[in-house]
Design a protein around this ligand. Structure first.
Ligand SMILES: Nc1ncnc2c1ncn2[C@@H]1O[C@H](COP(=O)(O)OP(=O)(O)OP(=O)(O)O)[C@@H](O)[C@H]1O
Ligand SMILES: [Mg+2]
Length: 241
């Protein structure tokens, strides 16, 4: 008899908290992502969304535990987290403006020592973002905002992440470009990539997400099943409590 497949956790977070001096930016938070899920983290300015992403990566001092496929992710060791396949596209993109598009992509695969595999990954990223292909020799700083975001995602993909964390990729972009980027993220997710997508613009991502957490003043105020949210108004109700 076939057993019913139970989802397996790719990421499990227990009692994760972070503070900046007296500011308790993240109260102990529990959340999880199953293999292949796209999980949205929603919340207004200052809710602690970026702190949560940085805390998962170990970029800020934290208390609590982060487990990747059942194994503890070392704290304060972002390179170790990245080595496990946990990769963050940070708020503001974090690309290197004076370097070319090609060099930025190369940085994403700095651990890779296999030319063949490097070429395969580059081809895959450029097929996903053809605009980058036309601009490989251009400096990253000369790209449009949307192209820079594509580069940031492309660079992250060069490391073949197991779970991709994206901190407000829509920030400052025109609606048409946001749609284009979200569509690519949906594609990546359908190909099996687990994703955490941080956004303020909830209606945009609820169409894409399997589940969503609402963060408010450093705590998880609600876990949302996107299928149950019918309108923006309903979501605003959530925000207001
Ligand atoms: N380096 C820092 N030093 C002191 N306080 C900080 C620091 N970074 C963030 N904070 C504070 O921590 C809280 C959470 O900030 P965080 O950047 O995580 O929020 P956010 O949800 O990502 O907001 P936004 O939507 O504006 O990006 C805020 O009150 C912020 O002022
Ligand atoms: Mg933020």
């Amino acid at each position: 008899m076939k057993s019913i497949a139970t989802p397996t956790r790719i990421l499990e977070i227990e009692g994760l908290s972070a503070r900046y001096g007296h500011v308790e930016a993240l109260r102990p938070v529990d959340l999880h992502v199953d293999e292949g899920e796209l999980v949205a983290v929603l919340g207004p300015n200052g809710a602690g969304k970026s702190t949560l992403m940085n805390a998962i990566m170990g970029l800020v001092p934290t208390q609590g535990q982060v487990k990747f496929r059942g194994r503890a992710v070392p704290r304060r060791a972002p390179a170790a987290a990245a080595g496990l396949g946990i990769v963050l596209v940070p708020e503001g993109r974090g690309i290197f403006a004076p370097m070319t598009v090609a060099e930025n992509l190369e940085l994403g695969a700095y651990l890779l020592n296999d030319k063949h595999e490097y070429a395969r990954r580059t081809a895959r990223v450029l097929a996903m973002f053809p605009r980058l292909k036309e601009r490989l020799a251009q400096t990253a700083g000369s790209l449009s905002g949307g192209e820079q975001q594509m580069l940031a995602v492309g660079r992250a993909l060069m490391s073949e992440p197991k779970i991709l964390l994206l901190d407000e990729p829509s920030l400052g972009l025109a609606p048409r470009i946001i749609d284009e980027i979200l569509q690519k993220l949906g594609e990546l997710n359908r190909q099996g990539l687990s994703i955490i997508l941080v956004e303020q613009k909830a209606p945009l991502v609820l169409k894409l997400a399997n589940r969503a957490y609402l963060l408010s003043v450093g705590s998880i105020a609600a876990e949302i099943d996107p299928r149950t949210i019918k309108s923006h108004d309903e979501l605003v109700q959530y925000y207001l409590g």
